[in-house]
Design a protein around this ligand. Structure first.
Ligand SMILES: *Cc1c(COP(=O)(O)O)cnc(C)c1O
Length: 235
């Protein structure tokens, strides 16, 4: 059974590489983040055995606990919603916070980072489809938020954008969202805002990561296709 996770990872990576070739991108432009939320450390270790280092967690406490318990250092991404009172748990344990969507959250990240004299890489989470159930800012709010964070917070480095696309039966239905996200990224990049480096586009999950790669994702976050189904659906 244990090799199943390794085989799954290799299969996902292979499909990403083939898709890159198909659309004329370089496979190394796309980072595969193995989303290990709710899964035990032993599952993460299976992947460490085949040299995987990028992992994603959505709950800050879980990221913190796994970071503290793991024997081999890996790169943990905070991909889920982050409440301001949880920032301190993960501030020095994550390589990238994918889910910044307010000045309030950014100001707490700034404060915690300044205290420790470190710099924090973040993405702005965009609720592109405008779903009520989702966190993230609307596409019109992205540029003002980027400008304000870049202007006010010295310890935060904005590296790009992230979105969680709607769950759809047919991944093609999300193609316009992924296209729109790429346009938004390029649009903001073209403004050459000081202290902002719009190079990362985090989008695509088990159901739609290949469409996201075709449309320019530089990070895909894949859980189920690698680790199998999770206990609780909403996780
Ligand atoms: C759970 C989760 C994923 C991975 O979802 P799968 O459908 O299992 O691949 C990706 N991104 C975020 C933010 C998540 O919470």
């Amino acid at each position: 059974m244990s090799e199943q996770i390794q085989d799954n990872y290799r299969e996902v990576r292979k499909k990403i590489n083939e898709t890159c070739e198909k659309v004329g991108r370089k496979p190394e432009e796309v980072t595969l983040i193995a989303v290990s939320k709710t899964k035990p450390l032993s599952d993460i270790e299976k992947l460490i055995d085949i040299d995987v280092i990028e992992f994603g967690e959505n709950k800050p406490q879980e990221l913190r606990d796994k970071f503290d318990e793991i024997s081999t250092p890996v790169r943990f991404h905070q991909i889920g919603h982050l409440q301001t009172n949880k920032v301190k748990y993960i501030i020095n344990k994550t390589v990238l916070i994918h889910s910044v969507d307010s000045i309030k959250l950014a100001s707490v990240i700034e404060k915690e980072a300044a205290k420790r004299n470190i710099f924090i890489n973040v993405l702005i989470e965009v609720n592109y489809a405008g779903e009520d159930s989702k966190f993230g800012v609307s596409k019109d709010e992205v540029l003002p938020l980027v400008k304000e964070i870049a202007d006010r917070f010295r310890h935060i480095r904005i590296r790009g954008l992230m979105t969680i696309a709607p769950f759809v039966e047919n991944p093609e239905d999300n193609r316009p969202i992924f296209k729109g996200m790429k346009e938004l990224l390029l649009d903001i990049k073209s403004q050459n805002i000081d202290n902002v480096d719009m190079s990362i586009l985090s989008m695509g999950m088990t159901n739609d990561y290949l469409v996201a790669v075709e449309e320019g994702a530089t990070m895909v976050r894949v859980g189920t296709a690698i680790f199998g189904e999770r206990q609780k659906k909403e996780n």
